[in-house]
Write a protein of this length. Structure first.
Length: 320
């Protein structure tokens, strides 16, 4: 075999360099994926936060424990089981709420929200999202695969109670899960949704946090993580979009966001609100609240919700 020409050596060197760059790119992507999406990493973050809970959260967790929730698992269309916990109303009720936790959260940490719903006569279902707690998934999917699981939970409730009226409520990543779910065809039993501090898309949320928390540019770091996510989790961060999902939604939805949120940027609320095709007026939500909450409550309760439209902030009228 003759000696390789200079051009052949150059091609080989370029190919080797390209392979090395590609391997490094994937290594960076896998490292970011493992640090942010793996169940092991999420469990570590949860453990680090266990002594940082405020009084309201601790009180809610104590209520959750004292209620002795029933542990439930169902088959998901994605394959395998998904797990959740149920706390039934004190009196028989057709009204349900699916209370969905955020990133590094858990059903127990959503106890403060569940407690309020329970006091109004709701049956409460608390699912574990992918990569969290009892979930059988080894990584989080930031609401995208979870939307399929929430649909399965909706079907579970309806199979148990054909007259069920279901509210979807989620916080942060749970709010994104709610919005992603409402973009799917849902049974009419789902009467309304409440999203509290959800993001526009998985890509936007990760980009914002990578820039703010680590000061890292989108390329190559987040782009590499996107590639790793597609390979390992089977979905595209950019296509996992709440904006696209709410643009197809017909579920009346209440959009809430705090302007001090340091995890999901406040500007995202305006984007999802503007994109939503569903009924999103405060008046419509008030009617839904009166109609379905009155059925669940044994005595009248007054409350006020602070929310924000795309163009201005306003308080929702008290419901009595």
């Amino acid at each position: 075999m003759g000696k390789k020409s200079s051009s052949e050596k150059l091609v080989i060197a370029a190919a080797s360099a390209g392979a090395a760059v590609g391997a490094a790119y994937l290594a960076v992507g896998n490292a970011i994926f493992n640090k942010t999406m793996s169940k092991k990493s999420i469990a570590k973050k949860m453990d680090e936060k266990k002594n940082e809970y405020d009084g309201i959260t601790k009180e809610g967790m104590e209520w959750f424990d004292s209620a002795s929730p029933a542990k439930v698992k169902i088959v998901t269309p994605r394959g395998g089981y998904v797990h959740g916990e149920i706390i039934l109303a004190d009196e028989p009720s057709d009204v349900w709420v699916i209370v969905i936790h955020g990133y590094t959260g858990s059903p127990r940490r959503m106890g403060s929200f569940g407690k309020r719903f329970h006091e109004m006569g709701y049956n409460c279902l608390f699912p574990y999202l992918c990569g969290h707690g009892a979930s059988e998934s080894n990584y989080a999917t930031m609401g995208w695969n979870d939307r399929i699981d929430i649909k399965a939970w909706i079907d579970y409730i309806i199979n148990e109670n054909a007259n069920a009226k279901i509210v979807l409520f989620g916080l942060s990543m749970g709010a994104a899960t709610v919005m992603m779910t409402t973009g799917e065809p849902l049974e009419s039993n789902v009467v309304c949704a409440i999203e509290d501090c959800g993001y526009t898309s998985v890509w936007d949320e990760c980009r914002a946090n990578m820039k703010d928390a680590y000061g890292l540019p989108t390329f190559p770091f987040l782009s590499a993580a996107r590639s790793a996510t597609m390979l390992r989790a089977g979905y595209d961060m950019k296509k996992a979009s709440c904006i696209e999902q709410v643009s197809r939604s017909v579920t009346p939805t209440l959009f809430i966001h705090g302007d001090k949120d340091d995890f999901v940027p406040f500007w995202m609320q305006e984007r999802v609100y503007r994109a939503a095709a569903c009924d999103k007026t405060p008046e419509a939500m008030a009617r839904k609240a009166i109609e379905y909450m009155a059925e669940a409550m044994r005595e009248a309760k007054s409350f006020k919700v602070e929310t924000r439209r795309a163009d201005k902030a306003f308080p929702m009228t008290s419901i009595e």
